[in-house]
Every structure is written in structure tokens, then in C-alpha cells.
Design a protein. Structure first.
Lengths: 146, 324
């Protein structure tokens, strides 16, 4: 618990075949990691519609993670992760224009064998988002109207 | 007013350009049929009615109100609530009332920066005393108030209950007439329905030939003379057709201009901009992360491009506001 009591709420969209497996291994291996990430398992990172990320922020997430299998060859569906790396940079640019700090959104690759990398990401990203404070999109929509 | 059996119709414009009212006139000779079937009791753009005429009506006096325009000041909001009370059926008519439309792009900014830009910074402005609009003005004759501009542009259904939606910037005349006929015939669909539009995307109505998409470079419309036979999107022009509800007959693509998305998202899509972003980025001709980032990095103004007509109705509604 930090001094101000703020616990970031982070949503993680993890692909079934790589990053979800890594997160599962990290749990089974009892690796130390904060409990701030709500994991949503998807079959492929290429299944992550940008609307999922926007909806997470709109409904109160302080940070969002999208993670799948390493390109080029790890994807269970041959090239689903190609869709991911084509979409995510454009989504980053969109979020930037919306005024959502780039430190609140992480996308990348963690294979099923990289449980340690997942635990480290959760630790680092949670602290990174904690330092930014709450996003609280609903409050910020309601504010500043007489 | 004696009850002559005719439909009692009201039309109103809030934050809009007047194009939706022009679209009604675009019914051409059918406007005489409309006049034969309906009494127009309120239509500020075309006839001399006052707000007090509406206030004097009994609640539910109007059978139908076609409300165009977004909600971006206190006057717009007041009339939205007033007409909701006075009309049995309130229709969000046109893209502004439906999803915010071009006025909704103000949600990329905030009230302070908009007023400064318009009243202080624009090259044609001559305002040496740096006067910004005041909502209350003390004049010799008494205090005069003007509506207050909101920080955030809203859609009609974000301020009051809406029965039906007619999309389009503006709605196309044949679609308007179909809606009028449905109202006159009493064939109203379930509340909340989008009427005067189709269930498939603009691509379904577009005559251009589509191939497999591999986009190595994006062009803005002024940067390329497109091949009139080939899909504009295939040629690298960002066309909102795949993420836009049909119903217009693919008017813009038929003259080689890309669809800009005014009919809003197709059924099942919760965020038109996200759907278009996804469609655009997925077909980028890049097999490495660096190449993909380079190609999509050339897209200017993603929010304005992907949410040109629907920012207030999008999942996030607006950009983050400055602190303080």
C-alpha cells in the first residue's frame, strides 16, 4: 500500500497460448507480484479489439496491458500477433491524442516460458501507473460543467 | 389548435449547421405530401415560432419531434428537455443529435481554449480589448443573458430520453421519406431503433472492386487521384466504409471521395473509431514491428480521422481535460 492509499486498477488482455501461460506459471511458481492486474484471457492478442482497451479506460482502469506471443514465429495462429503489432502503435497514437499518458498502456510479448518476465512487468507497470495516480475517466468527464 | 386529424410535427435545430433542415427541403415535391399529412407546429429555421409557443403546448401535444443538432450549450439542453416533454416521439435526427458529428470534434479541446482561439487568436479577429463572451451582461436596459457554452459536446440521448435515431450528415431524402411514411402509417419499430438506414456497412452498397488489402502507404484525399474502379481503401485512402452503417447508397465513394463515417457504427459495433482503426491497421503491409509503426505513424490526426462524426458518442467521449 502506498502512502496515499491509491491502488491502481490494471486490466491485462493476455493471449491463451503465451502470456496467459506465463502468468499462470508465475502464480504456480509463487513469484512475488502485486495483485493489481485483472487478467482477461483472450485466444490471441490479435483478438484484442482496440475498443476493449478504450472500454477498459472508460470504465475505470488506470492502466492496460496487451500481451501475446513473440513474433515472428510464436503465434499459435501463424500471424495473429502481426495484427497486434500493426494495430497497437496506432492505438498508442490515438490514446496520446486522447490525453491518456503513454505510461498507462503497455503492449508486448511474453512467451509461455517467461514467467519471470511477466512477474517483473506486473511489478514495474503497477509502480509506473501508481506514480501517475488515478485516471478516473468518469470523474474527468463529469468535471468542469456548471 | 383544432384537431384536424393531421400529425402534429415539430422540428428543431440545436448545435448544427442547418444541413439537416435543408435535407427536409430536399424531399422536394414530397414536402407537399408532408404538408398534407402533418401540421408543422415548430420549425425555427423555416417558420416564425417562438419558444414560448412551445412552452404553451400541453405535454405530449406534438406527435413527433425531429430534433437535429448536438447539445453544447444551456439553450440546446433546455430545448432538448422541453421538446422531450412536449413530444410523444422524440427522434434524434441526423448525425449531430445521433452521435455528435462535426461539432463534436470540439471535444478535442475545452471551452477555454475554444473561446481563446475564436475570439483572440484567429487571424481575422479584431478584438483589442481581449473581450470574451459573457453569459450575463449588464446593459442600460437591464441584464441580458446568453447561453453558456459547455466544455463537452453531448449527443441528444446523453441529456434526455430518445425514441428513435435517424443517422446521416445529413440524412438522405429517400431515407427521410421512408421514416415519414413509417410514422404516418403507424409502423414504428421498437423504441431505440435506428431508422432510415441499413443493417450492413457502406462497403455493401459501394460499387468499387475490392481485392485483398495490403497497404504500404496511406494517402489523404488531396494527395492522390484514385482509380475509379478500385476500392479506395485498397489504394491507401482511409475510407470509413468498413466501419460505417450503410443507408446513404455509398454517395461519397461513388464520386471517389472516401466514406467519412457519418451514418455511425454498423450494428454490433460499440465504438466506430476503434473499429475503423482496427480495419486500417490490420491491413498494413508490414511484417516487422518497425515497419508497421512507420506506416501507421504517417496517419495524421487519428482521433479526427477515426471519430470524425462520433467523438461524443465514442467510449471515451472526449480528450482528457487539463488539470485544475
Amino acid at each position: 500500500m502506498s502512502d496515499n492509499g491509491f491502488e491502481p486498477r490494471i486490466v491485462g488482455f493476455l493471449c491463451n497460448w503465451c502470456t496467459y501461460t506465463a502468468a499462470d506459471s508465475a502464480g504456480v511458481g509463487r513469484m512475488e507480484q502485486p495483485a493489481n492486474v485483472d487478467v482477461i484471457r483472450v485466444m490471441c492478442s490479435g483478438r484484442v479489439d482496440p475498443a476493449f482497451v478504450l472500454k477498459a479506460f472508460a470504465q475505470g482502469a488506470d492502466g492496460v496491458i496487451v500481451s501475446g506471443c513473440h513474433p515472428p514465429g510464436d503465434c499459435h495462429y501463424t500471424n495473429g500477433n502481426y495484427k497486434t503489432f500493426r494495430r497497437m502503435p496506432l492505438l498508442e497514437a490515438l490514446l496520446d491524442q486522447y490525453g491518456i499518458e503513454k505510461e498507462r498502456f503497455h503492449w508486448g510479448w511474453i512467451s509461455g516460458a517467461e514467467a519471470v518476465k511477466w512477474a517483473q512487468l506486473v511489478q514495474n507497470f503497477t509502480e509506473q501507473v501508481r506514480a501517475l495516480g488515478p485516471l478516473d475517466w468518469k470523474r474527468q468527464l463529469a468535471s468542469k460543467e456548471e | 389548435m383544432p384537431d384536424n386529424g393531421k400529425l402534429k410535427l415539430g422540428l428543431y435545430w440545436a448545435a448544427s449547421c442547418g444541413g439537416c433542415d435543408i435535407a427536409i427541403v430536399e424531399l422536394r415535391e414530397k414536402i407537399l405530401d408532408l404538408d398534407a399529412a402533418a401540421d408543422i407546429l415548430f420549425w425555427p429555421v423555416a417558420m416564425d415560432f417562438k419558444y414560448k409557443d412551445v412552452e404553451a403546448m400541453a405535454d405530449g401535444h406534438l406527435d413527433v419531434c425531429l430534433f437535429n443538432g448536438a447539445i453544447r450549450n444551456t439553450e440546446n439542453e433546455h430545448l432538448a428537455h422541453l421538446l422531450r416533454r412536449k413530444a410523444k416521439v422524440l427522434v434524434a435526427f441526423g448525425s449531430c443529435a445521433h452521435e455528435g458529428c462535426i461539432p463534436g470534434l470540439a471535444n478535442l479541446y475545452d471551452r477555454g481554449s475554444i473561446l481563446e482561439r475564436v475570439f483572440l487568436e484567429t487571424p481575422s479577429t479584431d478584438n483589442p480589448d481581449q473581450i470574451l463572451p459573457q453569459t450575463l451582461n449588464a446593459l442600460p436596459e437591464g441584464e441580458v443573458s446568453v447561453p453558456t457554452l459547455f466544455n463537452t459536446v453531448k449527443t441528444l440521448d446523453q441529456v434526455t430520453d430518445v425514441d428513435y435515431y435517424v443517422p446521416g450528415c445529413p440524412p438522405q431524402a429517400p431515407q427521410i421519406w421512408a421514416v415519414v411514411e413509417a410514422i404516418l402509417g403507424g409502423q414504428l419499430p421498437p423504441k431505440g431503433s435506428i431508422v432510415g438506414a441499413n443493417q450492413k456497412t457502406v462497403c455493401d452498397e459501394c460499387k468499387h472492386n475490392r481485392e485483398e488489402k495490403r497497404i504500404a502507404k496511406f494517402y489523404r484525399p488531396h494527395e492522390i487521384i484514385p482509380d475509379s474502379n478500385r476500392c479506395l481503401f485498397d489504394q491507401g485512402i482511409i475510407c470509413a466504409g468498413p466501419a460505417t452503417r450503410g443507408g446513404c447508397g455509398a454517395l461519397c465513394p461513388s464520386v471517389d471521395m472516401p466514406c467519412r463515417g457519418c451514418y455511425g457504427p454498423p450494428p454490433g459495433v460499440i465504438d466506430q473509431g476503434a473499429a475503423l482503426l482496427s480495419a486500417v491497421a490490420s491491413v498494413v503491409d508490414a511484417d516487422t514491428e518497425e515497419e508497421a509503426a512507420r506506416i501507421v505513424g504517417e496517419i495524421v490526426d487519428p482521433v479526427g480521422t477515426f471519430y470524425r462524426f462520433g467523438l461524443p458518442a465514442s467510449l471515451l467521449h472526449r480528450v482528457k481535460q487539463p488539470e485544475g
